[in-house]
Design a protein around this ligand. Sequence first.
Ligand code: IPM
Ligand code: MG
Length: 370
Amino acid sequence: MAVRKLFILPGDGIGPEAMAEVRKIIAYMNAELGAGFVTDEGLVGGSAYDAHGQAISEGDMAKALAADAVLFGAVGGPKWDAVPYEVRPEAGLLRLRKDLQLFANLRPAICYPALSAASSLKPELVEGLDILIVRELTGGVYFGEPKEIIDLGNGQKRGIDTQVYDTYEIERIAGVAFELARTRNNRVCSMEKRNVMKSGVLWNQVVNETHKAKYSDVQLEHMLADAGGMQLVRQPKQFDVIVTDNLFGDMLSDVAAMLTGSLGMLPSASLGAPDAVTGKRKALYEPVHGSAPDIAGKGIANPIAMIASFAMCLRYSFNLTKEADNLEKAIATVLDKGIRTGDIMAEGARQVGTIEMGETILAEFKALSA
Ligand code: IPM
Ligand code: MG
């Protein structure tokens, strides 16, 4: 039987509650579907800081590197607002992305039919929405050097972040976007700010060259990132795949997420390059939502983004396509039946907590897998 190594990092806030529901799905798949998942668990973010003064320990980093896939909950919270910058909760996530070289962040924004009324946009604008944001994740202003605050000695300080992209970084993320577009509606929109940024000029050039060299069958269009943000809330269904840099991708994916009704709905996958020998990619799966400290521990968090992230893990890390389809179908069915957590509650629906939502989805998944 295949052994599939999962490393689980529930993190802070609602992370552990949401992850508990995924653990039930893993247990079922092992017991009934012979999935062969072997799991190990570690600490990340504030909980890791509390335990050993770091946002992730060396031991847990080694386990993450050795795993077939990492399942990540969420990090951060007001409790750690004052901890030193180097060991703040987010540093754990950024280190995982960097050390595992997870350069491609896939953030689908899908509007489940049952939820089109939950969007802040008119239902007809978002019904059937299916966008994939491909965000570059290991470069740009997040990691560029210098990154510092210097004392100018005249009572002034200067904060510096550096936006930097090399050709190969743009080429490989564009390649991922074009490949994925071929499995969808075959359209890519690349977003940058070439009107003010040199890195934007290069981004635009390299995307064009990559397109011409290998992917001319895919329809390519370019937008300035600010205009792209505007179009996302104006006419979101015009997009298929959007490819953009780390910082623009961070912002645009939050916008896209909210189009679907709730941040609590959206999964993500962060992938590395395929290994030259084994062909396997390093990967980390996490919900787009954060740790939501205000509702943590109350049992009311929406576990759907976490469960849908696990569905992406089944699809991208283990090629368990049928199981991934079934899990996504289970989520849609439960929503169709009018079962909702508080964040997506609607008139006439039945409000449930985290556990009941998780277990109802699991029950549907079991029925579909039987
Ligand atoms: C995200 C988050 C992270 C980011 C934070 C937690 C560092 O906002 O994954 O979108 O900025 O990338
Ligand atoms: Mg973000």
